[in-house]
Write a protein that binds this ligand. Structure first.
Ligand code: ACO
Length: 335
């Protein structure tokens, strides 16, 4: 088993910034409602960018911050629910754009937990010696799956991409192991398919010469969310996942310098902080700028935490997420 080091992070955002006030031009909403209910002030929306463009931006950022070349990458995983194409997968298109010819490439869908699930997958490949360097990206253009007449969902989301590179460290007996050494100490993931209907985005129905007439209700190709059910799920599941991870790794919560959660709603972050009895200021917050970017939100927040100095080399941090599926997870990392 090899230790798995977080070598660096990167961000890739669309150029177009949209404020809450901008949304009032076509929606019955207000800056005050959005800010107080969610903590969101602005979001970036793609106008002429693709998901691949944003992912490549984030990938180039992390490659330049780590000093690694694209040819050194042996694995690329893109977590997304909004891929430009079904085939080829986004990771392969990112590979082509970067010239990362030595990488194996695939996409992964675990909604807003996608980055965490992709990180844990990449971690397993690296710790098992399958690959040495892995690029993990969460990239989304959620604006294309929003119903822009539904004020209860469209104000919440934004577009963007965030990336991280995991690299092989020294040999060790167990994955994770010594939490005083740099690397991924452990992770916990969970899923509950029985409750998945509270966050839905349906694919096209099967229509072929044998299916008969199209059935009612006609397919709704946008995100449908039962906001309060998702809220309750998040504030109960995330603290439990983090507490179990800390117990499993023998970590006192006060050793954790920074918590980087999926950026869905500021009230969710405050509630998680309260339940864990941790001051709010140990939680990274940047949903005010980006909104909820689904699989991109954790790497975008992690990148900002590292670049702003909120999380520093040597710190122990937790990244944690929750989302459609339902899915959730947390990961403990020594930077
Ligand atoms: N502007 C103004 N009013 C609005 C808006 C809006 N954009 N949206 C809803 N309202 C109104 C509603 O119509 C309702 O009006 P009514 O009382 O007259 O019926 C009122 O505001 C309250 O609506 P609620 O849905 O009860 O508001 P709530 O306080 O629950 O906040 C929210 C809604 C922000 C969606 C909250 O439930 C939430 O954050 N849930 C979690 C969602 C989440 O985290 N999703 C992402 C996780 S998974 C993933 O990231 C894909």
């Amino acid at each position: 088993m090899r230790r798995v080091i977080l070598a660096g992070t990167g961000s890739g955002n669309p150029k177009k910034k949209v404020t809450n006030d901008d949304l009032t031009a076509f929606l019955d909403t207000s800056d005050e409602w959005i800010k107080t209910r969610t903590g969101i002030s602005t979001r970036y929306l793609a106008t002429d960018e693709t998901v691949v463009d944003l992912c490549v931006r984030a990938a180039e950022d992390v490659l330049s911050s780590t000093g690694m070349t694209a040819e050194e990458l042996e694995l690329i995983i893109v977590a997304s629910v909004t891929q430009d194409k079904i085939v080829p997968n986004t990771a392969s298109e990112v590979q082509a754009a970067l010239g990362a010819k030595n990488a194996i490439c695939f996409d992964l869908n675990a909604a807003c937990s996608g980055f965490l699930f992709a990180m844990s997958t990449a971690c397993t490949y690296v710790s098992g010696g399958v690959v040495k360097n892995a690029l993990v990206i969460g990239g989304e253009i959620l604006s294309k799956i929003m119903d822009w007449s539904d004020r209860s969902t469209c104000v919440l989301f934004g577009d963007g991409a965030g990336a991280a590179i995991l690299t092989a460290g020294e040999e060790q007996d167990t994955p994770g192991g010594d939490k005083d050494k740099r690397g991924i100490v452990g992770f916990r993931l969970g899923s509950d398919g029985a409750k998945g209907q509270v966050l839905l985005l349906e694919n096209r129905p099967v229509i072929n010469p044998y299916t008969g007439p199209v059935k009612e209700p006609v397919h709704y190709p946008y995100v449908h969310m039962e906001g309060q059910a998702v809220f309750k799920f998040a504030v109960s599941t995330v603290p439990r996942s983090i507490s179990e991870l800390l117990k499993e790794t023998g970590t006192d919560i006060n050793e954790v310098a920074c918590f980087v959660l999926h950026q869905a709603n500021l009230r969710i972050i405050h509630s998680v902080a309260k339940r864990l009895k941790v001051p709010d200021d140990r939680f990274m917050v940047n949903m005010d700028k980006y909104g909820n970017t689904s699989a991109a939100s954790i790497p975008l927040a992690l990148d900002e935490a590292l670049k702003s100095g909120k999380a520093k080399k040597g710190d122990l941090i937790v990244i944690a997420g929750f989302g459609g599926g339902l899915t959730w997870g947390s990961m403990l990392i020594r930077l």
